[in-house]
Design a protein around this ligand. Structure first.
Ligand SMILES: *Cc1c(COP(=O)(O)O)cnc(C)c1O
Length: 365
């Protein structure tokens, strides 16, 4: 124990939610040939983003607009809500930290699925909250009834739900989300992580009600818009919630270039729609590949597909075998999803590379 740190930080284990592919490349001593493990967009960003970034480069010496006025204005128009309903953050990952810091006191409970998106857990641990885990159901979906029951039992402050979900790729229809909202304890906020909103079936997302005080929705420019490296996400919530975040957020956290890139990406809806179509085609490719190899997949509403290797040891081994073949993929760590390997939809060339490597790796399994 060191006197230099708070008791909370002193006792935290040294964990990172994700070991980055760069770290893995340094360990393996060579770059990956095919990077399809982190659900980054293989289809890049709009050419309008490139033009906007080039033009803004000469102003990189200036601080950003700490109120994100232009980006929030454009998002308000897009969603038919007010600027006061919007908070911008350093990706959903950054916003999750604000949500936890604003809502969870030491020892208070939060509920999430066991094996769900790990950055949420990382923040909960960092702020001294108490994680309550609920297993995915047998179809690898978030078990909404059990999640809500746990939130009621534990007096939880937050219920985290990713929809569409990572790492399963499954999607809950709007009525399941409505059920969760209605059944939650009065002082429990539903944190609806919609990182993959653009990939959900058209019209199937829960209706957007920015006046609902029980809900914060989180969206990102990292997936369909192809800007994961720029770190821009946003939350949609009531003005009260947004005002609370304004008291604790890092005002220059989302830099000038990032704001400009996000704004330009929003201005090219056709590009994002093209990415969504390309990803859907890629998912079909992956499903066909899996079927040829006798592997099951989970129907996905995201930019990745989970391939069923049948057992946790086999999926773990598969990640290593693909690594040996220069292919970066990841696997979920918790049952029932730990028997899967999660593979991001790549470009047609990357998919062809996977189609080469996977049968070979399977033979070696
Ligand atoms: C990719 C992903 C994120 C990360 O989003 P950023 O905006 O890049 O921080 C958050 N939640 C889920 C479920 C994701 O898959």
């Amino acid at each position: 124990m060191s006197a230099k740190f708070t008791p909370l930080v002193s006792q935290l284990p040294a964990t990172t939610p994700f070991v980055g592919p760069e770290t893995l490349e340094r360990r393996r001593g060579a770059p990956f040939r095919i990077r399809i493990g982190a659900n980054e967009s293989a289809f890049g960003a709009s050419p309008k983003v490139r033009a906007a970034l080039t033009a803004e480069l000469e102003r990189a010496a200036w601080y950003c607009d700490p109120e994100h006025f232009d980006l929030r204005s454009a998002l308000a128009r897009l969603h038919g809500i007010e600027r006061e309903n919007l908070v911008i953050g350093e990706g959903i990952d950054g916003l999750l930290g604000l949500v936890v810091r604003a809502s969870v006191a030491l020892g208070e409970a939060v509920v999430t699925s066991a094996g769900a998106y790990p950055t949420f857990n990382y923040h909960v641990n960092g702020y001294g909250g108490r994680l309550v885990f609920v297993p995915y159901d047998a179809q690898c979906r978030n078990d909404v009834e059990a999640l809500v029951a746990a939130a009621r039992r534990e007096g939880a402050r937050l219920l985290y739900l990713a929809n569409p979900d990572n790492p399963s790729g499954t999607f809950l229809a709007a009525d399941a989300v409505a059920f969760a909202l209605d059944a939650l304890p009065a002082d429990c906020l539903l944190v609806l992580d919609e990182a993959y909103a653009e990939f959900a079936p058209a019209g199937a997302l829960a209706p957007l009600d920015a006046a609902d005080p029980r809900l914060i929705r989180l969206r990102t420019f990292s997936k369909a818009h192809g800007l994961a490296g720029m770190r821009v996400g946003y939350g949609i919530a009531t003005p009260d919630v947004v005002a609370a975040f304004d008291k604790i957020r890092l005002h220059f956290g989302v830099g000038r270039l990032s704001q400009v890139a996000a704004l330009a990406a929003l201005g090219d809806a056709d590009f994002a729609a093209g990415v969504v179509r390309a990803v859907a085609a890629g998912r079909r490719d992956y499903e066909a590949l899996a079927a040829r190899l006798g592997l099951a997949t989970i129907a996905s509403q995201t930019n990745f597909v989970a391939f069923d290797l049948g057992a946790a040891e086999r999926s773990q081994r598969m990640v290593a075998l693909l690594d040996e073949r220069g292919v970066f993929v990841r696997r979920p760590g918790v049952a029932p999803l730990d028997r899967f390997v999660r593979i991001t939809v790549g470009t047609p060339e990357e998919r062809a590379g996977l189609a080469d490597a996977l049968p070979d790796a399977l033979a070696a399994l």
